[in-house]
Design a protein around this ligand. Sequence first.
Ligand code: DGJ
Length: 709
Amino acid sequence: MTPGEAERPPPPPPLRPLVRTWRLDDTRQTLVLASRGGRLPGVVHWGAPLPRGEDLAALAAASEMDVTGGMLDENPDLSICPEAARSFPGQPGLICRDGDGRPILPRFGCAAVEERPRGLTVRCRDEAEGVAYEARLDLDPATHVLALSARLTSDRPLRLEWLAAPVLPGPQLSDELIEVSGRWVGEFQLRRAAWHPGIRLRENRTGRTGHEHFPGLVVPGRGATATAGEAWAFHYGWSGGHRMVAEELPDGRRQIQWGHAAGSEAAPGTAFATATLFATYGAAGTNDCATAFQRHVRDRLVPKRPGPRPVHYNCWEAVYFDQSLPVLKDIATRAAALGAERFVLDDGWFGARDDDATSLGDWQVDARKWPGGLDPLIDHVHAEGMEFGLWFEPEMASPDSALLRARPDWALGPPDQVLGRGQMALDMARAEVRDHLFAAIDAILSAHAVSYVKWDHNRVLPVPDAAQAHGFYALLDRLRAAHPAVEIESCASGGGRVDFGVLSRAGRVWLSDSNDALERLRMQHDAALFLPAAVTGSHVGPRRCHTSGRTLSMPFRAWVAAQRHMGFEMDPRELTEEEAGTLAGVTAWWKRNRDWTMTADVLRLESADPAIVAEAQLARDGRRFVVFAGRAAASAQIAPRPLRLTRLDPAARYEVALANRAEAPALSRAPLALKEGPLVLTGAALMQTGIALPWSFPETMWVMEGRRL
Ligand code: DGJ
């Protein structure tokens, strides 16, 4: 400011640009879009519901920021696709180049916003650059989940580096981000990262959903817990590797962007699309977000199947590659006696697959192991009253396979690449590769009574490549269309391909290769932020866990499996009579209750004791619940702290009883009311005072059933 400037009269305020607004509502949230001066709109409110008559233009005006020293003279929009050409001071929503490598920096005018019931489509175009952008935003009023996606089209081929799904603002009254990382047999680890100026970037460049960076995020409002406070949650429904940017701009605004891993669209093109970004807001703790996602996955995405979820038996950890008809018939008979309803023949039935160094791609039944083909086993499985399921790893081929010997050019990536589990990925972008795989798998499914396919994927890709994920979806969709009664399980070395993209095609995910119940207890608890019980496979593993070496009791293993879609994977010949009796009993309990537990909301409970990992499964009609309180370790204090429940009717009375009272150890010496018989308490008491559980050993589970009176 020069001397004398201060005395001059202030310039007249600039004319306010025209503001147009739109809103999406359900009973839990309102999202308001505002476009200023005919530009691309941005989200100016996403959170608690606003009154019907709210003046949205005034709301947009109220959200405008001041301008002071060190800023541009006007604040660039934080739109649904922030534009570099408008001096946006952060990560843009679009980065692309023309065929000569020249950056294209579109300036979109907002041509049209189409209002659909519960949805908006924004269409705009930059005439000079010849590119058009379209965003879809839909709100499902029943599940409370927003589905957001973006599409870019161009008059000439472009190279796309980055296209974000419609960008949402990050909440201001929030101090941290809850992210999900992990590893093989250690999936779904929650980590908290502080919001800070600049970019928080998570990028998965492995070409599949991966163990390392699950494409989900929860942003708790300040002080939020599982059961109280505001929370926002996100999931990018894509199986090809994603990128997430959570950024705080120099001016304090926050944005959250999701899209495919940068540069994974390798080829130039004239049309690109993001996957669907799922997002939800709740004011009653992170459980609001968790149950919204659980319901959306279960009720909207996963293909519908008639009948109850069947108890699985999977033979992998019982026999590995050592498959023989007499042994597997014996195992099948025993599994059925324990309560199994679906028998899955895992890896090892094809080619000459005696170990993992060979035969992937040769999808013909191994006549050495199966001289009479698979039918004798399938017939036996059916005679035992079970369905039959079969393992495939379609996108892979072993260098030692007839397939790669004949078609080495079908492998994805350079010939001298580092292998993963001794295998290569096939180039799924090639139609002839997909046709070949379709024919091979279709032949097996057509010739045998297979009602279930476990679809595996045991290596990361040599390069991130969106075409590979599109090719996978195309093959899977074609096989599903040809065999609509066959259910798919998505597995990738355990939980490596768990995402809402694959879950719109698969009925189940194999959460982890860890069958260690102690680790599963924590993993299932954290995965419930995104996944419903009905799709989350959980098996009772061998007595001595193969991935941890830990030896865990049968009651604990069985109850942990009973928290989700239950199955067995141990060799039933190792079971003592007592173990078999326990397992059969818990399985019978699971079957008696699955009609409501498999559609229940999984509610993570806030445990006052870090040694206890607890959840409630609350029936959709609120009339019954079951609490699983797992003791992961000994407590610091001597006696158990009371456990508080959630989401009950405060005024209603509930009868609460231990389902596994007989498991109380002798060291639990007091005649606690809960051990002696059912308790009757109000929802208010159960939620505010809580219940003191009996003392228990580490690596045990209390199961408490509740009924509304
Ligand atoms: C990895 C899976 O997660 C296991 O369950 C099993 O199917 C093996 N692959 C088979 O190779």
